[in-house]
Design a binder for this molecule. Structure first.
Ligand code: PLP
Length: 451
């Protein structure tokens, strides 16, 4: 008989270091810097194993839009577990919840004209599905040579091989190469740093659009399947492009027969202050990849929305090429779909997009005030809902990156002062729940000030 284990604080901390590898973390790091063990959460606050409670300035991982006490989602999950805890929707079967959910997604969150849904288990799966269906679309249409993908440097599209291949950050690529051949990355619309030294966002947008035209001419339009981008780059450091940029990309893509994939894994469901990033920029992509806040983070789930004109190419095919040889065991999981239905109903009832816009403005102003106070803050980015970032520098003039320890020190101090914040390279990223109050926003700002 194994000895009874005492799951006390010390046991958990020691065993975390011994038995767990964490995503995006060096395995030896847990020994040097033990993670915060989160054991409970309520409203917009999380509580750790030592009983310390803080405002979650990270919103889980950009996904807990409605906070941790969203009872309708919890009830929907529980009720669905009682009724139908699982059944697949592979050929020949469906379930009531996924059918209802497709209607909700098309009517309220996707731009008009994206009325088909393909369900997945998360963001990486939604991206992978879009990349694969984009290639299949061109094959059905008789253009099998369209296989390449274009994307942006600093873009983040998950860590599947497809997503990593279009990913624009070497940290997620180098150790896993070779990735998919035929993926090309354009300059990010990042006025603070770019090879053109262009600080004006509108002019920078035009320069990158010209670069896109040039790249398409160089590669040959007939070799390119799709362009993928986030309406606001998230994990790359919260980089909102100028309003002309994404519509410009869409126009160039349409003119060249290239499909546009909007990776809305973060930006959908109110985070940007609009119901989706595509709606924010007033455009209709050919695919819209979602996940994360679709279930408020309470259940792993995602959906890829597909434009009608793309769907019709598949649906009218009589050759058999359009049979979809792709899908996941948990595609259309009834519990995930039930969670999503409840979550999206609450998302609309509470009008969280409006609150995200208002609280986002407050946080943005607060971050600009901190920048005026501290030289270490080189850039402040935000202005579209609750996606914000501070970029730290060691010298404002040269924009030299700070020592890694600086951001870590700020994170620890902010946590002690009452807020969880996220550090990604030189950036401090804020993506709190969209139900944040003004008082909660002030807690985050004061905690940052303490850092
Ligand atoms: N796409 C974007 C824009 C993301 O931000 C993420 C995750 O943060 C993903 C894709 C991958 O999603 P997941 O981690 O659910 O696979």
């Amino acid at each position: 008989m194994p000895a009874t284990k005492t799951r006390d604080e010390n046991f958990l901390k020691a065993n975390n270091a011994r038995h767990l590898w964490h995503p995006m973390t060096h395995p030896a790091d847990h020994h040097k810097n033990p993670p915060t063990i989160v054991t409970a959460a309520e409203g917009v606050r999380i509580t750790d194993i030592d009983g310390h409670q803080v405002v979650d300035g990270v919103g889980g991982l950009w996904n807990v839009n409605l906070g941790y006490s969203c009872q309708p989602v919890k009830d929907a999950i529980s009720a669905q577990l009682d009724t139908l805890p699982y059944y697949s929707i592979f050929r020949g079967t469906s379930n009531d919840k996924v059918i209802e959910l497709a209607e909700e997604l098309k009517d309220f969150f996707a731009p008009d004209g994206l009325s088909r849904a393909f369900y997945t288990s998360g963001g990486g799966d939604s991206v992978e599905t879009a990349l694969r269906l984009a290639r299949q679309y061109h094959k059905i249409k008789g253009e099998p040579g369209r296989v390449k993908f274009l994307s942006l440097k600093k873009g983040y599209h998950g860590t599947h091989f497809g997503g990593a291949s279009v990913n624009g950050n070497a940290n997620f690529r180098t150790m896993y190469e070779p990735l998919l051949p035929g993926c090309f990355h354009l300059t990010a619309p990042y006025p603070y740093r770019n090879p053109f030294n262009e600080t004006d966002p509108a002019k920078l947008a035009q320069l990158i659009l010209a670069e896109l035209e040039d790249e398409i001419a160089f590669q040959g339009a007939g070799t390119i399947a799709a362009f993928i981008m986030e309406p606001i780059l998230g994990a790359g450091g919260v980089i909102p492009p100028h309003e002309s940029f994404m519509p410009g990309v869409a126009e160039i893509c349409r003119r060249n027969g290239i499909l546009l994939i909007a990776d809305e894994v973060i930006t959908a469901f109110g985070r940007t202050g609009a119901w989706s990033g595509s709606r924010l920029w007033g455009l209709k992509p050919d695919f819209m990849a979602t996940a994360k806040a679709i279930t408020n983070g309470y259940f792993p789930f995602g959906a890829l929305m597909i434009a009608d004109h793309v769907a019709e190419v598949f649906e009218k095919d009589e050759t058999g090429k359009a049979a979809i040889g792709h899908g996941y065991t948990y595609s259309g999981h009834p519990v995930g779909a039930a969670a999503a239905l409840a979550c999206l109903a609450e998302t609309r009832r509470l009008n969280v997009a409006e609150n995200a816009a208002a609280r986002g403005r407050e946080l943005h102003e607060g971050l600009l005030a901190l920048q005026a106070k501290y030289d270490a803050i080189g850039d402040v980015r935000g202005g579209h809902g609750l996606m914000l970032a501070l970029e730290l520098v060691s010298d404002r003039k040269t924009k030299a990156a700070p020592d890694k320890a600086v951001a870590a020190k700020i994170q620890t101090a902010a946590y002690q002062a009452g807020a969880m914040i996220r550090v990604s390279g030189p950036n401090i990223i804020l993506s709190p729940p969209l139900v944040l109050t003004s008082a909660d926003a002030q807690v985050i700002l004061s905690a940052l000030d303490a850092g």
